[in-house]
Each structure stands twice: as structure tokens, then as C-alpha cells.
Ligand binder design. Structure first.
Ligand code: NAP
Length: 247
């Protein structure tokens, strides 16, 4: 495997946290494969950012909720073609609403992308990484999976599920030197939180002990640490990046 390029796959690497993760892992020396679903121009911008900085990157369209598409990406572009060193399960969506009015479809869709999608990629990556006997898997959970949030019963269930999935996968894969950890961001400035009113933003900032919303780079730095040699004895953990919102 040593002649193959050491590669990090970042799902949802076109924008927000995923873009910062993709750039940061490229700076750390990985070739980066990033995926997008609806915004090819944003994905291409991430690729340009990386290549202009001297790195290597490619973008792929992928619906992480579709198991055939996930299997095809790993079969056609990854297995035996690169050394898959890192998988970051970052792709995610929200469909918020109060529980009593939540539609079945809004519950199912959020679970399908945030939880099942991460499982599908994790399973494919694990097949490769266990054979290689090395690999780092990092699942992007959320503070609301740890503390709950009114109006996000679907999303918080998916993000709490990711924590259980992380711990189980860590136990299964440790004998092959593959680590699995989660990062649980708090409120981070991205498109996902852009819809918040100025008032809501101020209220959140006041509730955060460090006094500000986080940046995508704050999360990317935590991911890069878990992907690095410095984290080789860490597995099954949840690293909170939330400014102290939930300790
Ligand atoms: P974002 O700006 O909304 O970006 C979402 C990313 O996911 C985009 O790259 C999008 O691709 C991709 N995506 C959406 N549906 C997909 C699908 N079905 N298949 C593949 N990719 C898909 O979100 P973000 O704020 O950066 O969040 C990234 C991750 O961090 C998510 O898992 C989110 O739940 C988590 N998180 C965010 C916060 C926060 O405050 N922002 C806090 C805690 C956790 P396109 O660009 O092509 O649409």
C-alpha cells in the first residue's frame, strides 16, 4: 500500500465545516477526496483552494443516504487505488420542527443522511482500513446529540446515534489499529446556522462560556488532531468543540 497516495475522504466537503476540514487535512499532507450533493461549484471552489495551496484534491457527487452510490464510490475510486488513511463523516442536514408537528418524512430523512449515511461510509471504509491495518474514522456529531434541543428531535436523535455508532465501531476496529472517534461541535458559523436571527445568535453567544459561536476552523483543527499521529492511542471518544456550552 505504501506506493498509494495517503488519502482523506471528507463527505460534505463543499461548504462549511467540511470545507475547512478538507483544506486542513490537505495542509497536513493528505490527498483529499471530498463529496457534495447539490453545489458542484462550491465543491470545485474547495478543490481550487487546495490545489492553489499546493495540495491534491478531487470532488465527487455522492448522496450518502444511497447505499449503491456509496458502494460504487468506494469500489470505483478508492479501493486498491489510494491508501484510505482518513474518513470524515461530515455530510449532514437539518429539518427542524417541534415534535408534535414533525412529519414522518422529516424524521426519516434526517436519520437517513446524518446517521445511516455515516454508517454506509463507515462500513465501506472499514473493509479497506481493516485490510490495510491502519485508518482513522471521525464522525461529526453535535452538542445537541449530547444535551438535546427543542425543535430538533430528529437531528439530536441522529447525532446521539452517531456517538453510539462511534463507540461500537471503535471496539470492533481497534484490533486492526483503526481508530474511530467523534467530534461534537457546538454552534458553528456556517450555512446551517445562517438562518438564525441576530437575536437568537446573541442569545446563543451569551449561553456559551467562551462568549462566541465557533468557526469551521475550530472544528477542523480538532478533526486534524484526531487524524494525526498524536491521537494514535485515542479511540471511541467524543471530542466536544463547543466553547464550554456543554461540559
Ligand atoms: P452545511 O454548511 O449545511 O454543509 C452541509 C454539507 O453536507 C454540504 O457539503 C452538503 O453538500 C453536504 N450534504 C448535504 N446532504 C448530503 C447528502 N445527502 N449526501 C452528501 N452530502 C450531503 O453544514 P455544516 O454546518 O458545515 O455542518 C457539517 C456537519 O457538522 C454536519 O454533519 C452538521 O450536522 C454538523 N454540525 C454542524 C454544526 C453547526 O453549528 N454548523 C454544529 C454541530 C454539528 P452541498 O454543498 O452539495 O449541498
Amino acid at each position: 500500500m505504501s506506493e498509494l497516495l495517503s488519502t482523506a475522504l471528507v463527505t460534505g466537503g463543499s461548504r462549511g465545516i467540511g470545507r475547512a476540514v478538507a483544506r486542513t487535512l490537505a495542509d497536513a499532507g493528505y490527498q483529499v477526496f471530498l463529496t457534495y450533493i447539490s453545489k458542484p461549484e462550491e465543491a470545485e471552489q474547495t478543490v481550487r483552494d487546495i490545489t492553489e495551496a499546493g495540495g491534491l484534491a478531487r470532488a465527487f457527487k455522492l448522496d450518502v443516504g444511497d447505499s449503491d452510490s456509496v458502494a460504487a464510490l468506494f469500489r470505483d475510486e478508492i479501493r486498491d487505488k489510494v491508501d484510505l488513511a482518513v474518513l470524515v463523516n461530515n455530510a449532514g442536514i437539518t429539518k427542524d420542527g417541534l415534535m408534535l408537528r414533525m412529519k414522518d418524512d422529516d424524521f426519516d430523512k434526517v436519520l437517513a443522511i446524518n446517521l445511516r449515511g455515516a454508517f454506509l461510509c463507515l462500513r465501506e471504509a472499514a473493509k479497506i482500513m481493516t485490510r490495510q491495518r491502519h485508518g482513522r474514522i471521525i464522525n461529526i456529531s453535535s452538542v445537541v446529540g449530547q444535551m438535546g434541543n427543542a425543535g430538533q428531535i430528529n437531528y439530536s436523535a441522529a447525532k446521539a446515534g452517531l456517538i453510539g455508532m462511534t463507540k461500537s465501531a471503535a471496539k470492533e476496529l481497534a484490533p486492526r489499529s483503526v481508530t474511530v472517534n467523534a467530534v461534537a461541535p457546538g454552534f458553528i458559523e456556517t450555512d446551517m446556522t445562517a438562518a438564525l436571527s441576530e437575536e437568537a445568535r446573541d442569545a446563543y453567544a451569551k449561553a456559551i462560556p467562551l462568549g462566541r459561536l465557533g468557526s469551521a476552523q475550530d472544528v477542523a483543527d480538532a478533526v486534524a488532531f484526531l487524524a494525526s499521529d498524536k491521537a494514535s492511542y485515542i479511540t471511541g471518544q467524543v471530542l466536544a468543540v463547543n466553547g464550554g456550552l456543554y461540559c
